[in-house]
Design a protein around this ligand. Structure first.
Ligand SMILES: [Zn+2]
Length: 208
């Protein structure tokens, strides 16, 4: 049993005006909302600040590992690399906020915030999330303690697990959580970097 070092990853939040603007962008960009039978999911990453290339490579690997027991394949692409006229069947937009790298970490003013959240409107879960990179990076740093692991790789693993959690919310259209694994309501820094953190059978059942 691992201690929960970090606060609840509460993913559901009511939509605000600026978020509605993002939703309108999605509609105008021709990005469809998720049908119930989605199999191949494109994750468009909107990277706000600097990011570690190595962390993103590891994130893709870990996402593939987490979703391996499911019928869902996850293709992660940077939004700036996606051609403007490209259309997708099933897509979610994920904003990586803050700096997604382990070097030059700034101290966090408040470590109680969520690692990520997914937007909702009128109780419906929308296909976009925001991920707090700085917060995750600080949690990875603390979980490593004084050990000299491959930090960017562990950050990528942690990002993948936070993202996987939000993907279950978005694709599974569910607001409740599981009791264990990657879709539990709260994840610690140590769980984010542990050798293994998987979907539970009930999570797999939530997915197409
Ligand atoms: Zn959640």
């Amino acid at each position: 049993m691992m201690r929960v070092d970090f606060p609840v990853m509460r993913s559901i939040k009511k939509i605000s005006q600026s978020e509605i603007k993002m939703r309108i962008f999605l509609l105008f960009a021709g990005l469809a909302t998720l049908p119930a039978f989605a199999l191949n999911l494109t994750v468009l990453l909107d990277v706000e600040q600097k990011h570690s290339q190595r962390a993103l490579v590891e994130m893709r690997k870990e996402l593939a590992k987490v979703f391996k027991p499911t019928h869902l394949t996850v293709d992660v692409r940077l939004r700036q690399d996606a051609p403007a006229n490209e259309t997708y069947n099933d897509v979610v937009l994920v904003k990586l906020k803050g700096t997604c790298q382990m070097s030059n970490l700034a101290p966090l003013m408040d470590e109680r915030g969520p690692f990520a959240f997914t937007h909702t409107v009128d109780g419906k879960i929308l296909p976009f999330s925001e991920v707090a990179c700085d917060h995750i990076a600080r949690s990875v740093q603390q979980a490593m303690g004084g050990h000299s692991f491959d930090r960017e790789r562990l950050l990528g693993r942690a990002l993948a697990r936070v993202l996987a959690h939000e993907i279950v919310h978005m694709v599974g259209q569910c607001a409740d959580h599981s009791h264990a694994g990657v879709f539990r309501h709260a994840l610690s820094g140590r769980q984010l970097v542990a050798d293994k953190l998987e979907l539970q059978p009930e999570d797999i059942a939530r997915l197409p």
